[in-house]
Write a protein that binds this ligand. Sequence first.
Ligand SMILES: [Zn+2]
Length: 117
Amino acid sequence: MARRRTGPTDVVKAIVYDRDGGACVRCGSSRDLTVHHRVNRGMGGAREPWINQAHNLLLACTVCNGWFEDNPRESYEAGWKVRRPQLPDTVEVRYPDGSLYVLSPEGVRTTTVEAAR
Ligand SMILES: [Zn+2]
């Protein structure tokens, strides 16, 4: 896949990879991973400084990355996509075990709803 000049830095990508445990946030796969933007970059690239920060990014396999675009309603509900003007650090994200997390720009995730064990 061609790398876009407007994408996140390698440092941020590494932070996202570690935060999400090296697994797709939707299906848990560790194969064919890519970095998904929760708020789309939009036409003409990103103007917002947070667009390539960790709270706007999720680790996702290429299958789920396409699924997010095909299933926007479910993706917004799970926080895998965020609709402007909402900001990505105000919307919880659902992870494969059912836990919900709030993500910080620095790459920290904080549990708000713990999965049942
Ligand atoms: Zn996946």
